[in-house]
Design a protein around this ligand. Structure first.
Ligand SMILES: Cc1cc2nc3c(=O)[nH]c(=O)nc-3n(C[C@H](O)[C@H](O)[C@H](O)COP(=O)(O)OP(=O)(O)OC[C@H]3O[C@@H](n4cnc5c(N)ncnc54)[C@H](O)[C@@H]3O)c2cc1C
Length: 353
C-alpha cells in the first residue's frame, strides 16, 4: 500500500513526489514519456520582476527564497546542479521609466531583488539600452531537462517510478483509498499539466491553456547574463534560449514561422550581437483562468487530489505550493484560498446538476 500515487512527472509531479519522499511517505510516480511535457520545453526562467511595468511577481518574497533552497537540496541528492543563479538585466524602455526607478528610495519593496539601478547604458556591446536599466539578483534559470532526468533517476533508484500511460478507466475509487492495477494508495494526485483537460475527474476546472514557443540561437560571441525586454535571452553554454510567445487559440505542438519571426523581431530590438537560429520548440502551458495554481481535493471523491495550473511559472511556483499541498495532506493545514480548487466548486456542482 502506497501513501500517494502521482500521475505525471513534469515539474509539478517531480517536485511534489520529492517533497513527499522527504517526508518519509511511500510514493509511486506513474508517468509516460510518450506525451508532451511543458516542462521539457520550458526556458526555466525564474524572474522576480516581470511585465511591461516591471512589477514584482505574485508572492515573490515567499516563492524565491523557497525555490533557491529547494533546488539546492535536490542538487545535493541528485548530484546534478540544475538551477543556475544568474543576474537578469532589464533595460529601461524610456527616460520616464529611468526617472521613476532612479527616484525610488532604498526602502523599496524590491530591494531584495535589485542589484543595481543603472542610469547610464550598460553592456553596450551586447544590447541596445540607451536609458540604462535594472540589474536583478536572486534570479536565473532551471535547466529543466537536467532537473527532470536527474530526479527521475533518483525516483528509479528508490523504486518509486513507473513508466505508464495512465488509463483513467482502470482507476477504482473507494472512500479512503484507490486501486490502480496492482497499486493501492490512500491518495492519487494528478499532475498531468495540460493533459489534465482529459482527466474526467477534474476537467471541470477552468484551465486556460496557452501555447508557447521559444527559439534557440547561437550568438557570435558568449552572452554573460540574462537580458529581458520584450523577450528573454538566457545563455546556456554556447547557445541562448529566446522566448516566448503566447497563443491561446491554436493549441498544437507545431513550431510556426510566425512565432519565429515574432521572436526574432523583438530580439533584434534588444540584442546587438549577430546570431543564427539553430532550433525552435513549442509546448502548451497549463495556465488557469485566474492565473493561480489548482491545488486540493476533489469535492466528492476524497482520495483524488490535483496539483496543476502552474501556468507560465512552474519553476518558481512548484516548490512552495508542493510544500503547501503536502502540509495540507499530511498535517491537515488549510490551503491558501487563492490556490484551493474549492474556489471553483460551484462549477463542479453545475456539471453534476
Ligand atoms: C515555451 C514555454 C516556455 C516556458 N518557459 C517557462 C519559464 O521560463 N519559466 C517557468 O517557470 N515556466 C515556463 N514555462 C511553463 C512551464 O513549462 C510549466 O509551468 C510547467 O512545466 C508545468 O509543469 P507540469 O508538471 O504541470 O506539466 P508538464 O510539464 O506538462 O508535465 C505533465 C506530465 O504528465 C504526464 N502525463 C500527462 N498525462 C498523463 C497520463 N495519462 N499518464 C501518464 N503521464 C501523463 C506528461 O507526460 C508529462 O510528463 C514555459 C512553458 C512553455 C510551453
Amino acid at each position: 500500500m502506497f501513501d500517494f500515487l502521482i500521475v505525471g512527472q513534469g515539474l509539478a509531479g517531480s517536485v511534489l513526489a520529492y517533497t513527499l519522499l522527504k517526508r518519509g511517505c511511500r510514493v509511486m510516480v506513474l508517468n509516460t514519456e510518450t506525451k508532451p511535457a511543458a516542462s521539457a520545453v520550458a526556458a526555466g526562467l525564474y524572474n522576480p520582476v516581470t511585465g511591461r511595468k516591471m512589477v514584482k511577481t505574485w508572492m515573490a518574497d515567499t516563492l524565491f527564497p523557497f525555490l533557491e533552497e529547494f533546488y539546492a537540496q535536490v542538487a545535493q541528492d541528485t548530484h546534478v546542479q540544475a538551477l543556475h543563479a544568474m543576474p537578469i538585466y532589464r533595460p529601461f524602455a524610456s527616460i520616464e521609466e529611468q526617472n521613476d526607478w532612479m527616484g525610488k528610495t532604498s526602502n523599496n519593496a524590491l530591494d531584495f531583488f535589485v542589484q543595481q539601478i543603472a542610469g547610464e547604458c550598460l553592456y553596450d556591446d551586447d544590447i541596445y539600452n540607451p536609458y540604462g536599466g535594472l540589474a536583478l539578483q536572486h534570479c536565473g534559470y532551471l535547466d529543466t531537462i537536467a532537473f527532470l532526468s536527474s530526479i527521475r533517476q533518483l525516483f528509479i533508484r528508490q523504486q518509486c517510478y513507473c513508466e505508464e500511460n495512465f488509463d483513467y478507466k482502470k482507476l477504482e475509487i473507494e472512500d479512503t483509498r484507490v486501486q490502480y492495477g496492482d497499486y493501492c494508495a490512500k491518495f492519487i494526485i494528478f499532475c498531468e499539466g495540460p493533459g489534465a483537460v482529459q482527466n474526467p475527474y477534474f476537467n471541470w476546472l477552468p484551465f486556460s491553456l496557452v501555447k508557447g514557443e521559444i527559439i534557440i540561437i547561437e550568438p557570435d560571441r558568449p552572452v554573460e547574463r540574462i537580458y529581458n525586454r520584450g523577450v528573454f535571452v538566457i545563455p546556456v553554454e554556447k547557445y541562448c534560449k529566446v522566448g516566448s510567445t503566447y497563443e491561446h487559440h491554436h493549441l498544437n505542438l507545431e513550431p510556426t514561422a510566425a512565432a519565429r519571426e515574432q521572436l526574432c523581431e523583438k530580439l533584434n530590438i534588444l540584442l546587438k550581437i549577430p546570431y543564427k537560429v539553430v532550433s525552435q520548440l513549442a509546448g502548451i502551458r497549463p495556465a488557469t483562468q485566474d492565473r493561480k495554481p489548482f491545488l486540493g481535493m476533489h469535492p466528492r471523491l476524497k482520495p483524488l487530489v490535483i496539483f496543476n495550473g502552474l501556468g507560465t511559472k512552474g519553476v518558481s511556483l512548484a516548490p512552495y505550493f508542493a510544500h503547501e499541498l503536502v502540509e495540507f495532506l499530511c498535517r491537515g493545514q488549510e490551503l491558501s484560498a487563492e490556490v484551493d480548487i474549492s474556489r471553483y466548486f460551484q462549477l463542479y456542482n453545475r456539471v453534476i446538476a
